[in-house]
Design a protein around this ligand. Structure first.
Ligand SMILES: C[S@@+](CC[C@H](N)C(=O)[O-])C[C@H]1O[C@@H](n2cnc3c(N)ncnc32)[C@H](O)[C@@H]1O
Length: 378
């Protein structure tokens, strides 16, 4: 176990199923976190696995991902200190919704694509009831657990293919993954205790944001360490194709088109990091905007674009860099999740001396964030 002086390691991060999630290599990443820091930013947080480690380590943790469903995990497990879902909440969530006629998106768009009609109706009804929960933390927890339950039900855990219903009729597949034929409600009830038990207070004011990092970074201050884990550009970078259903369900889009066989929403959010044509310019912007953050840790992969040497060259303009490497023996956990691929960590330290803050103030300018024109997710 890492850093045994903290009690928070008795809390367990519920295992995610998310491309590039770092839950299997947290102790390796943890070895390279500098001493004497207090405030950290997880800029591309995804499943929130690294933010959870930061929270366990007692840091004030600011987490961000541009996808709304990931932002909800951040609210539920990083920002949330105490709220869990109890039996009264389950009653509210599972009851027949009074406004169910306004909630038919899953039934209308995804029946016979990912779900049987009955399951789609269950999801619509559950979604209609989420706002009845007492506060945004309970609501975020409900989103987190239902989205995880939906992912369990879909073979391979992503929505860029549409085999789940076919596999649900195949005894061999069912033997390997019983969730294929289990009602989502059962899966939800099974998973909930794991998520409830992962809620804790590390006595810091942690914040979960849901913005493009390039919009939010200039508005954050007094951060000691930033962790960057951008998409694996050139392969498996298209998070919106893989997880579109979770985003659609969480946002409950009423103003998008749903296109192609998988009914992915259109238009997409702009990332800046998932297409070759934007990647280098966006990375440069990212690093320029991070000038005032002394320490940077950057996860990377030897199959990403730009290549490691070019990436290192870009960073050395701003920071001293050391490179650490870990080889995946199996396909689990790492970005690209390919056996034999190498997980890279750029450990970046300042060229000049920095003063590290020891205060406990909020580290975001909320007025400026409101001006971004997006609903503020904190
Ligand atoms: C490699 S994954 C991060 C995995 C994460 N470290 C974990 O352990 O789960 C990259 C993440 O970047 C997010 N992302 C892509 N473009 C972004 C942007 N411009 N701003 C913020 N997040 C972005 C994606 O939604 C995705 O979750």
């Amino acid at each position: 176990m890492l850093f045994e002086e903290f009690d928070y390691f008795s809390y367990q991060f519920p295992e995610p199923q998310y491309l590039g999630a770092k839950h299997t290599i947290l102790s390796w990443i943890g070895k390279f976190i500098p001493q004497n820091i207090s405030v950290v930013l997880d800029a591309f947080a995804g499943s929130q696995s690294v933010s959870f480690l930061f929270k366990q380590l007692g840091f004030q943790t600011i987490t961000n991902d541009f996808l709304c469903f990931n932002g909800k995990i951040g609210e539920a497990l990083i920002e949330n200190k105490t709220y869990k879902l109890d039996n009264n909440d389950l009653y509210l969530l599972f009851q027949s919704a009074t406004n169910k006629n306004d909630f038919t998106l899953m039934e209308d768009i995804f029946t016979n694509i990912f779900f049987e009609r009955e399951e789609s109706i269950f999801l619509d009804n559950f979604r209609a009831n989420i706002p009845l929960l007492q506060n945004k933390y309970k609501q975020a927890l409900a989103f987190t657990v239902i989205n995880r339950s939906i992912t369990r039900k879909i073979t391979m855990g992503h929505f860029a293919h549409r085999q789940a219903l076919t596999y649900a009729g195949n005894p061999e597949r069912i033997k390997r993954n019983r969730s294929l034929i289990r009602p989502i409600k059962d899966i939800f009830e099974d998973l909930l205790p794991k998520y409830n038990n992962a809620v804790f207070d590390n006595k810091r004011e942690n914040i979960s944001f849901n913005h493009n990092i390039l919009d939010i970074l200039p508005l954050l201050s007094s951060i000691d360490l930033v962790y960057f884990d951008p998409p694996y550009c050139d392969s498996h970078a298209d998070y919106q194709s893989f997880y579109h259903l979770l985003e659609t369900y969480t946002e409950y889009w009423r103003n998008k088109k749903f296109i192609n066989g998988t009914k992915r929403y259109f238009p997409l959010r702009y990332s800046g990091f998932d297409k070759k044509r934007d990647a280098i310019a966006s990375l440069k912007k990212l690093f320029e905007m991070s000038e005032n953050i002394p320490y940077w840790l950057i996860s990377y992969n030897n199959r990403s674009y730009p290549c490691i040497e070019e990436f290192e060259q870009i960073i050395t303009k701003y920071r001293n860099v050391k490179i650490e490497m870990k080889t995946y023996r199996n396909g689990r956990g790492g970005k690209g999740s390919v056996a034999g691929s190498k997980e890279i960590l750029f450990i970046c330290s300042p060229k000049k001396k920095f003063f590290i803050s020891k205060n406990n103030q909020p580290h975001a300018n909320n007025e400026k964030l409101q001006l971004l024109g997006q609903p503020l997710q904190k």
